[in-house]
Ligand binder design. Structure first.
Ligand code: LLP
Length: 391
């Protein structure tokens, strides 16, 4: 993000944001589709021979999905709602991988009727359920075991998923029971893959490498027992910087991540799949909000916006810090707390930060809101959901 002629601009093509405020009605997420394309190409170039299934949960905006589909992505979904959105946006059932710990009978039935490419299974009862439903439909379900390698990574505990006490994935010790279940449903289940996802916002890869090595050995062993096993899905999770804009450093982290992945998995006799979300879209969106009040107390100055944790919950949920900039460059700045309108003390974007001098009705951009922004927005306090614009 940088100012050109005093106007804040988004993305490598430096698109000015203030033009979008002419008809401003309510807080608005703006996504730069060219920027998303650039990120997708960088990632698919680095992860050679890997099919990327975009994690729809990061940003399910239909135009974003259409863009990624047009670039060759598949979709990684976690609900029937996301399946429907992906189909409406042009993905075919065979482009879709279905993950998630709580798939209902109805969701599994619909996924099987549609002919979804692969279901990533998270528990033995889920495998039993898929087997029984597929049998009743006279179908053979293509399943992948999501395995939990019990490895930790450095990230916020709320978004770590690869440890034994997380609800995600299946313990390696449960494999005999899973294989027995496959035998029981040999007409209706086929094991086609193994998947893992250790967590999100990974910026260091030692735990990831350890997990890959662990599951590689398991994969080789399972291939002897399951002739249809041909996919290794190494999940998503590559992180981005929220405290600075350094796309070059991020690309070099991407190269490290790809190198580690391909060094460990490259010689397997299988197809590689990945499920990236944040890295593809995180930087490519901002949330534009309007200053309502400058409130000064004896302690400090609050800048009160018309958008808060209802539209971007990451700061209150994970103590994430999204930088905030004024849309028009200001020569002077002041130290303020930037807060939302919601009736919760945790509805704070940033505390004691330097912000360009703003007045009532000025606009600001909350950066890096392209991932887990709108998709986690709520109508708490019955404020409207934010608007979305693609440029
Ligand atoms: N695959 C699976 C099975 C996942 O659970 C996730 C994310 C992904 C792929 C994509 O991960 P990514 O590449 O985006 O890191 N709301 C949190 C992030 C939650 C991630 C949940 N799962 C946040 O705002 O930081």
């Amino acid at each position: 993000m940088e100012y050109i002629n005093n106007e804040l601009c988004l993305g490598p093509l430096k698109k000015s944001l203030s033009v979008l405020t002419t008809d401003y009605m309510r807080p608005t997420y703006v996504y730069d589709l060219d920027f998303i394309a650039q990120r997708y190409k960088a990632m698919s170039g680095a992860l050679k021979n890997t099919r990327l299934f975009y994690a729809v949960k990061a940003n399910p905006n239909a135009q974003v999905l259409q863009k990624l589909k047009s670039l060759g992505a598949g979709a990684d979904v976690v609900s029937l709602g996301e399946i429907k959105r992906a189909l409406e946006s042009g993905f075919q059932p065979q482009d879709i991988v279905y993950s998630g710990v709580g798939k209902t009978k109805h969701e599994i039935t619909e996924a099987l009727k549609l002919g979804i490419l692969q279901i990533n299974v998270e528990s033995l009862p889920e495998l039993e359920r898929i087997g029984a439903i597929a049998k009743s439909l006279n179908k053979k379900a293509a399943v992948a075991f999501r395995l939990n390698p019990d490895v930790s990574i450095q990230t916020h505990p709320y978004i770590a998923t690869g440890l034994k006490d997380n609800k995600f994935g299946m313990e390696l010790s449960s494999l005999p029971k899973l294989m027995a279940c496959l035998d029981k449903f040999s007409d209706s289940l086929e094991l086609v893959g193994v998947s893992l996802h250790l967590g999100s916002q990974m910026l260091e890869f030692s735990g990831y490498e350890e997990a890959l090595k662990k599951l590689k050995a398991v994969f080789i062993d399972l291939q002897k027992k399951a002739p249809g096993l041909r996919k290794f899905d190494f999940g998503g999770g590559l992180g981005i910087f929220y405290d600075r804009t350094d796309l070059e450093l991020e690309e070099s982290l991407l190269q490290d991540y790809a190198k580690i992945t391909l060094n460990v998995l490259g010689d397997l006799d299988c197809d590689l799949q990945s499920e990236p979300g944040r890295w593809l879209v995180g930087h490519c969106g901002v949330l534009i909000a309007q200053v309502q009040y400058i409130k000064t107390t004896s302690e400090k100055t609050f800048v009160v916006l018309d958008s808060g944790m209802n539209h971007l919950i990451r700061p209150s949920l994970y103590e994430a810090q999204h930088r905030i900039m004024t849309l028009k460059k200001q020569n002077e700045s002041h130290t303020v707390d930037i807060v939302g309108p919601i009736c919760e003390s945790s509805d704070v974007f940033l505390k004691s930060v330097s912000l360009g001098q703003v007045r009532e009705d000025d606009f600001v951009a909350i950066l890096d809101g392209g991932a887990y922004g709108y998709s986690m927005a709520s109508v708490y306090n019955l404020h409207e959901l934010p608007n979305e614009i693609c440029i």
